[in-house]
Design a protein around this ligand. Structure first.
Ligand code: NAD
Length: 421
């Protein structure tokens, strides 16, 4: 398999290599090496006809990294910058996340190379339907089950389900082909806020572990989309003070705390933090280094690197985004005693609730928001404790402890399945 020079993939493999050393006494090296590569990488050339009447040529990818534990699960990223290697890195992360949080899924991911902000709602719908038709052989409850990721949302997931049920000539699908759908189409209450809420819950556990609490804690959040805005709302609800936020357009800071409800209303109206009229506008880079207790990167990969890790003032990094911290920054943060809640734990609330949606739909059941949140809160707390205790007992950084636990589960599944020709 040939790879390009994706920073995300390099980071994902460096994290894998660190963890596989820890397991070299328990599992054979060829078994571990198998997991360094994805099982399957598919490329598609979509040709949707947009409302300008023209046929557009758009690349898309699906990567299935491992299905040792179950069907591959992972979101669809729509971005003009997404590459096949990035999607490979993200699929790999999903394998570890599902194995760590304890849901019966493997890791997968999709990418669509397009800018969602430049597409009209109708054209985005056409593109999502084109992706679904082309990837129809890959999307299946027992093969690969997509969900929202950066640039895609609940509405898009509804269009995926509709495209598949339409192609089957049925009113609906049998089993769960996609999660993160609108509730009226078989989605589950609590999914929209699940990832952000999981970020807050794991932060709360980390603060308690360090001898404090969430009340009054100063939080900076990078990214104000599904994860970041959801986390901001829950942080405030539970008594923390959001002092800084950013999106792709603007970064703002107010040591006295921002009015998150007003920011949410502004973003709902304008799709941007620009012109929100609150706090002091700072540069995107500067925001990460402003005074706070918790820094929650909830936007994109590779934001905390060896270039800024020394200057970060937070005592906790809560990784809402996938891969926001580079491996060399990890070393610096560890030396400085910064507590990192690794992405495969911190943002796993989303995939856990996706699993509840999958089982609800498979069994044609219905779950209430309360049931969903009780189950998710317990799972996040239990897994936080497991990772924290493992890090302590094995004297490991938290990311290595989480990776060790995840990789051990995937290797155990491979052993249990046995060798196939
Ligand atoms: P989204 O598209 O809803 O929001 C992304 C936000 O980040 C937007 O506000 C955007 O303006 C902002 N942003 C992008 N680049 C930025 C930059 N350089 N600086 C500051 N802000 C920037 O995406 P999302 O679903 O919230 O996902 C965010 C991250 O969380 C991604 O890394 C994704 O893989 C990860 N994640 C998402 C989920 C989920 O359930 N949606 C689950 C697990 C992990």
């Amino acid at each position: 398999m040939k790879y390009g020079n994706s920073t995300m993939l390099a980071s994902a493999r460096a994290n894998f290599d660190r963890a596989s050393v820890l397991l070299s006494d328990e599992f054979p090296s060829d078994l571990l090496q198998k997991l360094r590569h994805p099982k399957e990488r598919s490329e598609f050339r979509l040709a949707p006809q947009f409302s300008d009447g023209k046929i557009h040529s758009i690349d898309a990818f699906i990567v299935r990294h491992s299905d040792a534990i179950g069907p591959c699960k992972g979101g669809i990223r729509m971005s003009p910058m997404v590459t096949l290697d990035d999607v490979t890195a993200l699929a790999m992360e999903m394998t570890w996340k599902c194995a760590l949080i304890g849901v019966p899924f493997g890791g997968g991911k999709s990418g669509i190379v397009a800018d969602p902000l430049k597409l009209s709602p109708d054209d985005k719908q056409t593109l999502i339907r084109s992706f679904t038709r082309n990837a129809r052989g890959n999307i299946h409850p027992l093969i690969y089950v997509p969900a929202p990721d950066m640039g895609t949302n609940e509405r898009d997931m509804g269009h995926i389900k509709d495209t598949i049920s339409y192609s089957l000539g049925c009113a609906t699908t049998q089993g769960s082909y996609v999660t993160g759908k609108p509730i009226i189409m078989g989605g589950i209450p609590g999914r929209r806020e699940a990832t952000g809420r999981g970020v807050v819950l794991s932060t709360m556990e980390a603060l308690t572990t360090l001898g404090g609490g969430l009340k009054g804690a100063r939080i900076i959040i990078q990214g104000f989309g599904n994860v970041g805005a959801g986390a901001a709302e829950t942080f405030v609800e539970l008594g923390a003070k959001v002092v800084g936020v950013s999106d792709v357009d603007e970064a703002i800071y107010d040591a006295n705390g921002l009015n998150v409800a007003a920011l949410l209303a502004h973003v709902r109206k304008t799709n941007s933090l620009r012109g929100a009229g609150q706090g002091q506008v700072v540069s995107h880079d500067a925001l990460l280094e402003m005074p706070c207790d918790v820094l929650a990167p909830c936007a994109t990969a590779n934001q905390i690197t060896s270039k800024n890790a020394e200057r970060i003032q937070a005592k906790i990094i809560a990784e809402g985004a996938n891969g926001p911290t580079s491996p060399d920054a990890d070393v610096i943060l560890n030396q400085r005693g910064v507590y990192v809640i690794p992405d495969i734990l911190c943002n796993a609330g989303g995939v856990f609730v996706s699993y509840l949606e999958y089982t609800q739909e498979t069994q044609q059941e219905q779950m209430s928001r309360e049931e969903v949140l009780i189950r998710m809160d317990k799972r996040m707390k239990d897994k936080f404790k497991l990772v924290h205790d493992t890090a302590k007992s094995r004297k490991l950084p938290t990311r290595e402890a989480a990776m060790y636990l995840a990789l051990r589960n995937v290797c155990s599944a491979l052993i249990a399945r046995g060798a196939l020709p």
